[in-house]
Design a protein around this ligand. Structure first.
Ligand SMILES: [Fe+2]
Length: 189
């Protein structure tokens, strides 16, 4: 892997053996902020493919999965104007860093919808640019909306998507369980 990523993994493994809970992911945020500054990583990211969509799920690039602490490093590339469905990450923690482009990151809360269905409403939004990092806590309902350029995100998750239960909210009401984005192995080096 790229030297900066090797360094990130080694430091994150140390963090995992020393701190837990909120503090672990705050430390992860600091490490990711540093990683996003790496010129070699930025250069490498120019070739990362935009995530496909199989009709049900989008793709995440899977760069690394830690054999002992289970955290993973993912990449997510969106076309200009691309968006994620509104969703949570179940019990997993997510540290979401933008390497390129701008996104509006929106938080929602669940509300009763029409005809007894579950709905959602927006409660907060932040604009995120290159080099910035957002922490998504367990069960936080959110989505990201790309601006008018392609966006590239580097995402650290406490465990690989597909290994925990999560939900997404449908545009016409209701929510459904789903297994998270498809994990597409991709070499980072
Ligand atoms: Fe998400």
């Amino acid at each position: 892997m790229l030297p900066a990523v090797e360094r990130f993994v080694s430091e994150m493994r140390d963090v995992c053996t020393t701190v837990d809970g909120d503090e672990r992911w705050e430390k992860c945020r600091e490490l990711l902020l540093k990683l996003l500054e790496d010129g070699e990583l930025r250069k490498h990211a120019e070739d990362w493919p935009v995530g496909g969509y199989d009709g049900k799920k989008v793709d995440n690039l899977l760069f690394y999965e830690d054999p002992d602490h289970s955290f993973v490093i993912n990449g997510l590339i969106k076309n200009p104007g691309g968006r994620a469905m509104i969703h949570d990450h179940g019990k997993a923690w997510t540290v979401y860093g933008l390497l390129r482009g701008n996104e509006r990151i929106v938080r929602y809360r669940e509300v009763g919808g029409a005809d007894g269905d579950v709905g959602y409403e927006e409660i907060a939004a932040v604009e995120c640019g290159p080099g910035e990092v957002d922490i998504v806590r367990p069960w936080e309902i959110h989505s990201e909306y790309a601006g008018d350029e392609k966006t590239v995100a580097v995402i650290i998750r406490s465990q690989r998507s597909g290994t925990f239960e999560q939900y997404r909210y449908l545009d016409d009401g209701g929510k459904e369980k789903y297994g998270g984005p498809n994990q597409v192995p991709y070499e980072l080096g």
